[in-house]
Design a protein around this ligand. Structure first.
Ligand code: GL2
Length: 829
């Protein structure tokens, strides 16, 4: 055994040497997997290694939980419908500090650790940035020794797997835990019963006091699965607790006894549907009954879990609750937790309304992640009445008091203000506005990048700001450097260790020491040699996945994110078409050879997003096979983009495409990961791009396009995309090209939907307005890349300058501005 670090207060006391790990792996191969070294499959090797690591992880978990319990710590409870965890194998090994030991142990056993890493299915319980942010945050919380629990849903099927058939996106179910997942522990002893449907009865007690009694129509069991979250360097091991729905035993027995076996089975299936599948919409509102039930199911289970733990220490004395518990609502998805806590306090604990509301308002904080109107959740009142009849009453009462005590006091008699601020939106179909509910019920509201937080205040909730100016703040997103540099880019990490020391994974501002080396030719060579090796590795992956051969010496241009019109993958595509057309018109057209990479899933019901994927694939096929192009352009659409693929693409990127319409991307986090790994951003002044530009400086980023204010002014003046169509012959020719059968032989018009959306559709995301400026920025990039030393310097300065974007800094901001937590060093016993 060797000590994990010089710090005595770590959860994981000591780590194994390679020899000890070897013994344990063999022991697990025999004792856990029932196989042996001669016949074990790579899966079995992987599982045996996971089981060996878990011995240390579980030690750390026990030590952490014991310490938190003994010290009765205040904790943050992160409520999120999504956690995009990816793989845990190499991450856990790195965070424990025994990646090299495991690599050696496996090598001595004749196994390559990289092959075993490929055995793991991604844990894809999220759609995109919002879910990945939650995963980065729980990594940072554990690393920084803050008491924290992540709560969410244990989806049986995560985000769908994407395949391409003749260029079309096909969705396949994701069965990430078909054969069990070694990282999770089922805790049936902590199961909860959750109620839905039914009706509310008004009763009076002997003193004549009115009470509301909810008679639920269905009871569902919630069973928790715990996933240990290992902090870096063996600091705390926190827990991600995910709820799985099951039929309640209690409910089943009734039906069963009355002879309804088949009905009982049906109830079973219905109950289990709740945690069956993640809704695949990113930045849009699903609006389905099952989705509301999912939200309530996990909020109610998590609150019960929190209250059970609280009562162990404080019994029925609620006066410490808000001192011990803070709940962060990750977007409005868990906003139903607010009326649920009110219900528990008022109906169950029989607290008066004012006291209950006072607790709620000190417990909840809300993060807004988007301004897109289609993503702002609104639930039909009628649905609430059906699914959560008591909660809608509580929401009405919250709203009544808010309108009377706040709005009417501030704007007496102003009906228009009341209409605008009401939690209930009136109309043909009255709706519950979950954003309003979240703001009213929280003590703090934050946006996720400076510009976004400013827009939350000025455009989304200006009156709420007038009522509560101090409620609103900004916390710029961040990413964990452990996964997004240390583990995914081992070569660059080694170079950093050797150049600036080994503290950077926990203090990313240390990267700035690299700035002093940006002009050093030796550093430039070393930095770019690593990029080159990473590109060669990616070229290999591309060959295996798609069959496309690419030149690793070309410029690697990467756009990886969900497919959405506001993210403007089609703007990127129009630029590719412009280059292709120039090559066809001028066979000697001089450009730096480029490979354009895309990785993106489209929500299954989002027609135009799927059309854009199809168009990219068809155009890729044409260009990649056109001899006249002479390899100056290759287009690669990586199928099934996910965290584990991002980890291979990001270290190999030269250029990072962050080209959303200004004002639409709340923050972005891929932009941070790519810059951290030395890619140069082509981007609009949107979301966190603005802060990245501030950090890296205007020489090291290619900014283009309209600013937020210019976008607003253009909309206000009246935007007509046809102006750009008729005034830019190149753009017109490209769009007209999409109507021919050039890319879809024999099938003209197959790609025309893109043109239609930009011309007849009005081009809501201003692709046409930004096109010329985008092409110019790309020419700048082309020019920069020709100067090898100049490019190396820019790439180094990107890595060196983005220390701000570690999720550790975001978490410290949350602690200071919202959560008010104290670090808890975990001792090992
Ligand atoms: C998002 C934003 O679109 C994205 O810009 C932001 O970085 C993340 C995390 O804050 O949140 N909002 C949202 O609904 N999804 C996001 O990715 N899905």
């Amino acid at each position: 055994m060797k000590p994990i670090s010089s710090n005595a207060t770590v959860a994981v006391a000591a780590l194994p040497t390679a020899a000890e790990l070897k013994d344990r792996i063999i022991r697990h191969l025999h004792g856990t997997l029932g196989t042996d070294v001669n016949k074990a499959s790579p899966q079995a090797w992987w599982r045996a290694t996971c089981a060996s690591i878990n011995e240390y992880v579980f030690d750390g978990l026990r030590n952490t939980q014991r310490t938190h319990y003994q010290q009765n710590t205040r904790a943050v409870h992160y409520f999120s419908l999504e956690y995009l965890m990816g793989r845990l194998f190499s991450n856990n090994l790195h965070n424990l500090g025994c990646y090299d030991a495991a690599k050696q142990a496996l090598a001595e056993l004749g196994m390559d650790i990289a092959d075993l890493e490929e055995q793991e299915e991604d844990m894809a319980l999220g759609n995109g940035g919002l879910g990945r942010l939650a995963a980065c945050f729980i990594d940072s919380l554990a690393t920084l020794n803050y008491p924290a629990i992540g709560y969410g849903i244990h989806y049986e099927h995560g985000l769908f797997k994407q395949e391409f058939q003749h260029g079309f996106q096909i969705e396949r179910p994701d069965s990430w835990r078909e054969y069990g997942n070694p990282w999770e522990i089922c805790r049936p002893e902590s199961a909860q019963e959750i109620s839905v449907y039914g009706y509310v009865e008004t009763v009076y007690d002997l003193q004549g006091k009115m009470k509301k009694v909810w008679h639920p129509g269905r009871i569902i069991k919630a069973v928790p699965w715990d996933i240990p979250v290992v902090g870096y360097n063996g600091s705390s091991v926190n827990v991600l607790r995910l709820w799985e729905s099951r039929a309640s035993d209690f409910f089943n027995w009734d039906v069963f006894n009355s002879g309804g076996y088949v009905d009982a089975a049906r109830e079973n299936i219905e109950a289990e549907t709740i945690s069956k599948v993640l809704y695949p919409n990113d930045d849009t509102d699903a609006g389905k009954e099952l989705r509301l039930i999912q939200q309530y199911f996990f909020c109610s289970s998590s609150l019960k879990d929190i209250i059970r733990r609280y009562k162990r220490a404080h019994g029925d004395d609620w006066s410490y609750f808000a001192k011990q518990v803070v709940i962060q609502l990750n977007d409005t998805h868990p906003a139903v937790a607010i009326p649920e806590l009110m219900r528990v306090l008022v109906d169950r604990a029989e607290m008066n309304w004012e006291d209950a509301w006072n607790i709620c308002q000190h417990v909840f904080a809300y993060t807004n992640h988007t301004l897109l109107p289609e993503a702002l959740e609104r639930w039909p009142v009628r649905l609430f009445e059906k699914v959560l009849p008591r909660h809608i009453e509580i929401i009405y009462e919250i709203n009544r008091r808010f309108l009377v005590e706040q709005v009417d006091v501030r704007w007496p008699g102003d009906v228009e203000k009341k209409r605008k601020l009401s939690i209930i939106e009136e109309g043909h179909e009255p709706m519950v506005r979950m954003g309003h509910l979240s703001v009213v019920g929280s003590f703090r509201v934050n946006g996720v990048a400076e510009v976004h937080s400013a827009l939350v205040k000025s455009d989304l909730f200006p009156e709420m700001v007038a009522l509560w100016p101090d409620k609103f703040t900004n916390i710029t997103n961040g990413v964990t450097p452990r996964r997004w540099l240390k583990a995914c880019n081992k070569r660059l990490s080694k170079l950093l260790d050797n150049t600036i020391g080994t503290d950077w994974p926990t203090d990313l501002t240390k990267l700035s020491a690299l700035q002093a080396h940006a002009d050093d030719p030796a550093m430039q060579d070393a930095f770019m040699a690593i990029k080159q090796q990473n590109k060669a590795d990616l070229a290999e992956v591309v060959k295996n996945l798609t069959g496309i051969a690419i030149d690793p010496h070309a410029l690697f241009d990467v756009q990886i994110k969900r497919l959405h019109e506001y993210k403007r993958q089609h703007l990127n595509l129009l630029h590719i078409l412009a280059l292709y057309r120039r090559i066809l018109q001028d066979p000697d057209y001089d450009m730096v050879p480029r490979v354009f990479f895309f990785g993106a899933k489209a929500a299954p019901g989002y027609k135009l997003a799927k059309d854009i994927i199809y168009a990219i694939n068809k155009i890729a096929d044409k260009i990649n096979h056109d001899k006249r192009v002479k390899n100056r352009i290759k287009v690669v659409f990586m199928p099934n983009y996910r965290v584990s693929l991002a980890e291979k693409m990001i270290p190999a990127a030269d250029v990072s495409e962050q080209i959303s319409t200004a004002g639409k991307e709340a923050s972005g986090t891929g932009n941070m990961k790519l810059a951290l790994n030395g890619a140069i951003t082509v981007g609009t002044m949107d979301g966190a791009n603005i802060e990245i530009a501030e950090e890296v400086g205007s020489d090291n980023i290619a900014i283009f396009g309209l600013s937020v204010d210019e976008v607003k002014a253009l909309y206000a003046k009246g935007y007509d995309s046809r102006d750009y169509y008729y005034n830019n012959p190149e753009l017109k020719a490209i769009l007209d090209w999409l109507e021919t059968d050039y890319f879809t032989p024999g099938k003209p018009g197959e790609l025309a939907a893109i043109k239609r959306s930009l011309i007849e559709g009005g081009d809501h995301y201003l692709v046409m307005a930004d096109f010329a400026s985008y092409v110019k920025a790309q020419e700048t990039i082309d020019g920069w890349y020709r100067d090898k030393a100049g490019w190396a310097k820019k790439a180094i300065l990107n890595t060196a300058s983005v220390g701000k974007f570690t999720s550790d800094r975001s978490i410290e901001d949350y602690v200071a501005r919202v959560w008010q937590l104290t670090k808890c060093e975990v001792g090992n016993v």
